[in-house]
Design a protein around this ligand. Structure first.
Ligand SMILES: [Cu+2]
Length: 157
């Protein structure tokens, strides 16, 4: 009988406790915000520029796991004067980079930022962009939210 009473009373208590712990850890950590992130980011990296070069490019695959489209409207990075969205296009056999004002990613869709195509253009590096470093880039979305992504620096292969 005592066991039954214990079981009956403890279970809801435990559930309440777990909810509280979860809530507190969500408030305390950014892990919760990451879980709610608009974009899933994989294969993110920044190409290590040659010594003295103040600009480079960042690449990643951005996936929208949500049910609404996500529109990337810009980006910024602490160690850089500016970060913008670019697309490399070959016109008359010459590769040119064009600025892209916004990038739409539909529900369930992925967009690859990759060499020779879309990329984040990082300009005005305030210091050396060394391999093994990780650069934090803030993505700005059209709903006014921001998402910070970590991009490790990789030497060109
Ligand atoms: Cu570019």
């Amino acid at each position: 009988m005592q066991n039954l009473i214990d079981a009956t009373f403890r279970r809801p208590m435990r559930a309440a406790k777990l909810t509280l712990i979860c809530l507190l850890s969500c408030l305390a950590m950014t892990a919760c915000a990451e879980g709610d992130a608009a974009l899933e980011v994989t294969d993110a990296y920044v190409r290590q520029p040659p010594p003295g070069m103040k600009m480079t490019a960042g690449f990643a695959t951005l996936r929208n796991p949500g049910s609404e489209k996500v529109v990337l409207t810009g980006a910024s990075g602490e160690g850089f004067g500016s970060v913008s969205i670019h697309r490399t296009e070959v016109v008359d056999g010459v590769a040119r980079m064009r600025s892209v004002s916004q990038l739409e990613i539909g529900p369930g869709e992925s967009v690859a930022l990759e060499p020779g195509g879309l990329h984040l253009m990082l300009m005005g590096a305030k210091g050396a962009v060394a391999a093994e470093e990780t650069i934090s880039i803030t993505l700005m979305l059209s709903d006014g939210s921001e998402q910070v992504i970590d991009m490790p620096v990789r030497a060109p292969r």
